[in-house]
Design a protein around this ligand. Sequence first.
Ligand SMILES: Cc1cc2nc3c(=O)[nH]c(=O)nc-3n(C[C@H](O)[C@H](O)[C@H](O)COP(=O)(O)OP(=O)(O)OC[C@H]3O[C@@H](n4cnc5c(N)ncnc54)[C@H](O)[C@@H]3O)c2cc1C
Length: 344
Amino acid sequence: MMETFKALYSNGKRKSEVYKKRQSDVYESQEGKERMVDMEELIIIGSGPAGLSAAIYAARNDLKPLVLGGSAPGGQLLLTTTVDNYPGFPEGIYGSELIDNMRKQAERFGARFENDDVIDIDVASRPFKIKTAQNEYEARALIIATGATTKWLGLESEKRLIGRGVSSCATCDAAFFRDKDVVVVGGGDTAMEDSVYLTKFAKSVTIVHRRDEFRATKIMQERALSNPKIKVIYNTVIDEILGNERVTGVKLKNVKTNELTELPVQGVFVAIGNMPNSGFLKGKLELDEQGYIITNEEVKTAIDGLFVAGDVADKRYQQAITAAASGAKAAIEAGRFLQNEKRS
Ligand SMILES: Cc1cc2nc3c(=O)[nH]c(=O)nc-3n(C[C@H](O)[C@H](O)[C@H](O)COP(=O)(O)OP(=O)(O)OC[C@H]3O[C@@H](n4cnc5c(N)ncnc54)[C@H](O)[C@@H]3O)c2cc1C
């Protein structure tokens, strides 16, 4: 086996440190060549607050988890500047610093990290098989914490100003816009809910919607439209978000007349939807119509040994603290599952 390892290594294929620490199995590949699959006790897919909290708990439970953190490790908190609502930081903390701290904390107890995207899993039988572009692994237990991705407008100016007045999370960032003018983009329930929530803080909220009517439920529309701080601009899209260091306004385009106008605002909330990162799970796990993983008793799934944490299974709360909490729960459940299995 050591010879195989050396051969693979000298062929330039990247092997994780895992090999030295844990048992590996040798398999025949389709081409007839030997290939190794790392056998892990617990693999965690995703390195946002859910995956990192799971890693802290699992590592402290001596499970030596391997975190496959994705090609964009850290998750959604890297898209924001100050996080003001995560407990323990009275002055707030930068999203990137919070993530960095969580990762260091997990590493302190022995969690290991690979920044690879998982492209396929086989959970039909155990051990589970997990495939990245670089490697293949086997695990006795698995936690999926792949989070969600905001649907953004796709403007260059939007990308530049995310965290500088552009946000997709009203619950997280509304309080930064006290007495300011803001725009909400969207026409569904989330846009209505975010608009009403923002009126607690903002001086004015303008909903910009590309059609001439909302698709939000009637009750949500009524709630928004009856609020004196909210006004609506229909048949209109944002053509550009203005501002260098921070948002100073939006350039609007009427989709019927192509007329361009400018509206001075300090905040832009994009509320056109969220996509759970579950594409590679289609046909493997039960997903709802939007792609969120359906869980059974919170963090458990119908498959023994497979647990889920964070936004990939949660379309209701989607906060760092709720993701972190479910990560902790998933790791505790995974620990109990592995322990029970050893006993039987
Ligand atoms: C702009 C913005 C501001 C926010 N501000 C706040 C705030 O102030 N306070 C707050 O509490 N919440 C805030 N949130 C929400 C918060 O960021 C999320 O609720 C939280 O990050 C969810 O954590 P998660 O671990 O479930 O998922 P994510 O943070 O989405 O992390 C998912 C991880 O999975 C990885 N991944 C995805 N697919 C794969 C794959 N196939 N293989 C391997 N890895 C994969 C990703 O690379 C990432 O590391 C904000 C969100 C946004 C978008």
